[in-house]
Design a protein around this ligand. Structure first.
Ligand code: ZN
Length: 415
C-alpha cells in the first residue's frame, strides 16, 4: 500500500475520549480508581461498546470477560489483526495506564473507517480483562486465559477480598452488554500490537515520542520466612536472642549487595516486610518479606535468582529461614520484523523514536506466545505511573495512536 493511503487519526477525538473515560472512577486527586469489572470498569466497557455500536462495529465478549470490537475485512476467512490493552486501573491509579492502549486501538479502527478503507484482514480493538491484578490475582489473567497460558476455571474461581468471584463479575459484564456476541477463547489473531505509556523516564529524558519496544523483562518473585523465638525485650541478653528481624535485615543487606550491578539494569525490590508478633517489648520471633526481581536476561534471572536461598541461609544467624519462589516469568523478545515495522512507521511519520525495553509486564507478553506481537510506548511525565499524577501529552497520545493505526493497516494487508 502506498504511504499516502494510510489513514490519519483524529487527535482531538482520541484526547476527548481519554477525558471522558477518565470521568469513570475519577478520584478527587485527579486520577482514576477503576478496579477490574467493578461497576466503574463495566461502565467503561459500556461506553466503549456504545461508541462501537454507533460505528456499526461488532462487539463480542469471551468466557473470561475480554471484550473485542471488530471492523470486518474483505476476506472473512482471515484472522483479525488486533490492538488493545486494559480499562482497569490500580487503586487510585492514573488516567492513561491501559486505557491509552484501548483508545489508540479504537481510534485506529475509526480512522480506517473514516477513510473508507477496506482492509484484507478484519481489525480488532481488544479490552483484556484484569490486567492490573489489583482486584483479582494474578494480573494479565484475561490475555493469559485467552492464549491458553492459564486455565479458565482457575481464573473464574478467583475471589476478590469481599469473596466475589471473577465468574460473577463476568456474568455482570455480559448482563450489562446484552447485545454483545459470544467470542470463543483462543480464536487466532494474525498479529497484535499494544500501545502503552512507558511508565518509566527514558523517553522523556531523551526527548523521544515513540518507544519501539524490543521485549519485556522476565521476573522471579520470592517469599522469605524467618523463624526465631519471641522473647522479653527487657530481660533477654543478646547472646540468648533469636531475633527474626535482625536476621531478616542481615539477609536484606546481603541480598542488596549480591543484586547490585553497576549498569543499573537489575530491578531488586523488597516491597513487603512483616515483623511478628509486632509488639514494642517483644523480641520478634517471626519476620517475613517478599523479593521482586526483574531482568531482561534469562541467564541473569537464573543465576542471581538462584542465590536468594543460599544468601538467606548464610545470614540467618540463630534463626531458621525458608525461601519460596512464588512466581516467575521468562523474558519476552518481540519478533524482529514486528519491531522494525514499528520503527519504520514512526520514522515515516517523523516521530523521534528509540528502541526501549519494557520494565513492566503487559498483555502483549501472552499474545507474543501465539502470534507476531509488539508494543509501542509513549512518554509519561517523569515516568510516573500507578499514581493519580500520571500524565501524558495529547500530542504524544496522537503520535502513538497514529503508529498503531499505520502498523495495523500494514499488517491487515499481509496474506
Ligand atoms: Zn497497563
Amino acid at each position: 500500500m502506498a504511504d499516502n493511503m494510510l489513514p490519519t487519526i483524529n487527535a482531538e477525538r482520541i484526547w476527548q475520549r481519554h477525558l471522558e473515560m477518565a470521568q469513570i472512577g475519577a478520584t478527587p486527586g485527579g486520577g482514576v480508581h477503576r478496579l477490574a469489572l467493578t461497576s466503574q470498569d463495566i461502565a467503561a466497557h459500556r461506553l466503549l461498546a456504545e461508541w462501537a455500536e454507533a460505528r456499526g462495529f461488532a462487539v463480542e465478549i469471551d468466557a473470561m470477560g475480554n471484550m473485542f470490537i471488530r471492523r470486518p475485512g474483505s476476506d472473512p476467512a482471515l484472522a483479525p489483526v488486533a490492538s488493545g490493552s486494559h480499562t482497569d486501573t490500580q487503586p487510585n491509579g492514573g488516567r492513561f495506564d491501559g486505557i491509552f492502549g484501548v483508545l489508540a486501538a479504537f481510534e485506529a479502527l475509526e480512522a480506517v473507517d473514516d477513510a473508507g478503507l477496506t482492509t484484507r484482514h478484519p481489525l480488532e480493538a481488544i479490552v483484556w480483562n484484569n490486567e492490573e491484578g489489583a482486584r483479582f490475582v494474578p494480573g494479565c489473567s484475561g490475555s493469559a486465559v485467552y492464549t491458553g497460558a492459564m486455565a479458565l476455571d482457575d481464573m473464574l474461581d478467583c475471589r476478590d477480598r469481599d469473596g466475589v468471584t471473577m465468574r460473577a463479575c463476568v456474568d455482570d459484564l455480559r448482563a450489562a452488554l446484552p447485545a454483545a456476541g459470544v467470542r470463543e477463547l483462543g480464536r487466532p489473531l494474525a498479529g497484535f500490537v499494544e500501545a502503552h505509556i512507558e511508565q518509566g523516564p527514558e523517553l522523556e529524558a531523551n526527548g523521544n515520542t515513540i518507544g519501539v519496544v524490543g521485549g519485556m523483562q522476565g521476573n522471579r518473585r520470592f517469599h522469605v520466612d524467618v523463624t526465631g523465638e519471641d522473647a522479653h525485650s527487657g530481660t533477654t541478653p543478646r547472646a540468648g536472642r533469636k531475633d527474626a528481624f535482625v536476621a531478616a535485615t542481615d539477609m536484606a543487606v546481603a541480598l542488596r549487595e549480591v543484586f547490585w550491578d553497576d549498569e543499573d539494569v537489575v530491578r531488586f525490590t523488597i516491597g513487603q516486610f512483616d515483623v511478628l508478633p509486632g509488639a514494642k517489648s517483644v523480641v520478634p520471633g517471626k519476620a517475613s518479606f517478599t523479593i521482586d526481581f526483574r531482568h531482561p536476561s534469562a541467564e541473569t534471572l537464573q543465576e542471581l535468582g538462584d542465590r536468594v536461598g543460599p544468601v538467606c541461609t548464610a545470614h540467618a544467624g540463630p534463626c531458621h529461614v525458608e525461601t519460596h519462589e512464588i512466581s516467575s516469568a521468562v523474558p519476552v523478545d518481540f519478533p524482529k520484523p514486528m519491531v522494525s515495522r514499528i520503527a519504520a512507521a514512526a520514522e515515516r511519520r517523523g516521530f523521534a523514536s528509540q528502541p526501549i525495553y519494557s520494565g513492566a509486564g503487559h498483555d502483549a507478553r501472552y499474545l507474543a506466545e501465539t502470534c507476531p506481537a509488539g508494543m509501542v510506548f509513549i512518554p509519561c511525565w517523569r515516568g510516573i505511573s500507578h499514581n493519580e499524577a500520571e500524565r501524558a501529552e495529547p500530542s504524544d497520545i496522537a503520535a502513538g495512536a497514529q503508529v498503531i493505526s499505520d502498523v495495523l493497516v500494514e499488517l491487515a494487508e499481509l496474506p
